[in-house]
Every structure is written in C-alpha cells, then in structure tokens.
Design a protein around this ligand. Structure first.
Ligand code: PBG
Length: 325
C-alpha cells in the first residue's frame, strides 16, 4: 500500500492512538539506580557534577533504599568510597567496609530491594587503577585474586548479584569459582562484558574518587571503535559463567546493545553512565533542552536497542514519571 491509500500519520493522530501502537514501553522494573556509599555517619555529600546525587553513609543508605523501593525500582548497584586506600586496594574486601555494611543495612531494612555490587578495585587503590600495578600496567592475574576476594566479601554480606566492572581477562571464571567454592553458587554474576574506555565516565570519577593517578584505562577497557571485539568479550564471559551481560556506556553504543541482544539472547543490561546523565542535566539547567523529555527519550532508546535493564542516575526521576502515566 502506498500514499495516498496509506497514510502513516493516521496512527499518530492522538495520544491514545499513539499509545496503542507504541512498540517499546518503559517501566520502573527496567531501572537500576547506582548509589555511592561512604564511611562515617550522617554523611550526605553532594556530588557537584551529578545534580541530585550524593555520597551517602550507611545510615542514610537505608532511608534511600526505602524511597527507591517505594518508587517501584527493583534494584540498586552500590559503589564504595573507603576510608583508606593502598597500592593493592585491601579495603575492597574489608568485612566492615562501607559497601559491606550498606548491603547489610539495605537487606535488613528493605529485603525485597535487590542489591547489586560493583566489583572493581579502582575505588580502593591509591593509584586509582582497577587492579595491582606491575611495570606501570595492571597485572591481570594477580588482580583476579583480589576481585574474587572482593566479590566473596560482598556475597558474604548478603549481596544479591555481583557485577565485575574491571575488564580483566578471566575474572568471571575466577569469581564464579570462588563463589561456588564458598557456598554462594546461587549468587548471579552480572558482567560488565563490553565496557569501553570512555570519556563519559568523567563525573563518576569525581563521585567515586577513582580517577587514575597516572595513565588511563585503555590497556584494559575497550576501544570505542570496536564491535566484533565486544562479541568476543561477551562470548567469553558467558562461557566463564556470566548470568547477565552489560554494555557500558549506553547511548553512544546502542548498536552494540542491539547486536549483543540479537546474537546471544542473554539478559542484557546497559549502563547509561554519569556523563550521559550530566550532559542532559547541564543542558537543561541552561535552558537549552527540555531535561525531562530528553531523559525519557534517552531511556526509551536504550530499551528499544535491546536492553532488558538500564542502570541510570535518572532511575528515581523516571520512575516517578512512569508511575503517573
Ligand atoms: C569502576 C566503574 C566506573 C564506572 C562504573 N564502574 C568507572 C571507570 O571505569 O572509570 C563508571 C560509571 C559512570 O560513569 O557512571 N571501574
């Protein structure tokens, strides 16, 4: 059928008509909120580059969890800011560390809210790299031991899902083995399988205080120009035991999300990172675009590309809007 018999505009004539033929829908169930947990008491420290986000101490984390749950968001992902950092990031597996304590507080206060933990060394090392350094580079195989210990300590504290984000080779297998040997065979791994060396992590590094003190992360995170390599990374992680895979960032990598979803058919998460959030916030503050519409359009595009879950700093704002409509 061709024009004039076929007129696509007929199905765009009213909101209810558009809703009826809409192909992609977004719900609070699709969203995961990242949270930053720090040491101390009564802390609620604003993150300047990420309006509306704070470093929270454990006591405040519990209140936050209650609110998140009430908005219908199923899960949070925790990042830790430890009191002490050293060359090997020992505080990552301190049973009394901020993340470990926050897991307990959230699971105790709001048991139905899923707690995912980011498993990485960069927040805990004095040099800010995602592992142990040898000859100015991250030593892959020694780092695997540390990541396994970190994941295990999160599982012991009660984490529902662990999410390694370091991009070391073999880390999913190492973590899976450690969890299984210690009776945590039921804890799933959400692997940051295709994580790119991106400029869009800028605001996060302020939030998590994890900027590398020398060099950059290009020897472990992926080259933004590659897509076949992302398929190999995902295939490896699935073989090693990943239950869910993730693409990060989201908006500049929608093609990667689509290809992974189509080729593997695994539960696929997309991490809409700090820079994606802050760009929209900054432009909206300047009055250069409608922040709310830009937020919803970005989220629906990530879902349309094939993501089953979206990690986003907009989770609360978006859930509030979605619950009203
Ligand atoms: C830790 C980690 C990072 C992010 C998530 N986990 C930072 C990085 O790799 O430098 C970025 C998240 C964001 O920008 O929102 N490795």
């Amino acid at each position: 059928m061709k024009f004039p018999a076929y007129r696509p505009r007929r199905l765009r004539s009213s909101e209810v008509m558009r809703r009826m033929v809409r192909e992609t829908s977004l719900a609070p169930d699709d969203l995961i909120l990242p949270l930053f947990v720090t040491f101390g008491k009564g802390v609620r420290k604003e993150i300047k580059s990420m309006p509306g986000h704070y470093q929270l101490s454990v006591d405040n984390m519990r209140k936050e969890a209650v609110q998140v749950k009430s908005l219908g968001i199923p899960a949070v992902i925790l990042f830790g800011i430890p009191e002490r950092k050293d060359g090997t990031g020992k505080s990552a597996f301190d049973p009394k560390g901020p993340v470990q304590e926050a897991i307990k507080a959230v699971k105790d206060g709001v048991p139905e809210l899923l707690v995912i933990t980011d498993v990485c060394m960069c927040e805990y090392t004095s040099h800010g790299h995602c592992g142990v350094i040898k000859d100015k580079d991250v030593d892959n195989d020694r780092t695997l031991e540390l990541l396994s210990k970190e994941a295990l300590s999160h599982a012991k504290a009660g984490a529902d899902i662990v999410a390694p984000s370091d991009m070391m080779d073999g880390r999913v297998r190492a973590i899976r083995e450690t969890l299984d040997e210690n009776g945590f065979e039921k804890v799933p791994i959400m692997s940051y399988a295709a994580k790119y060396a991106s400029a869009f992590y800028g605001p996060f590094r302020e939030a998590a205080e994890s900027t590398p003190q020398f060099g950059d992360r290009q020897s472990y995170q992926m080259d933004p120009a590659n897509t076949d390599e992302a398929m190999r990374e995902v295939a490896l992680d699935i073989e090693e035991g990943a239950d869910m895979v993730m693409v990060k960032p989201a908006l500049p990598y929608l093609d990667i999300i689509r290809r992974i979803k189509t080729e593997f058919g695994y539960p696929t998460a997309a991490y809409s990172v700090s820079g994606e959030f802050s760009m929209i916030k900054a432009a909206a503050e300047k009055g250069w675009l409608d922040g709310e519409r830009a937020m919803m359009e970005s989220l629906v595009s990530i879902k349309r590309a094939g993501a089953d879950m979206i990690l986003t700093y907009f989770a609360k704002e978006a859930a509030e809007i979605l619950r009203k409509t």
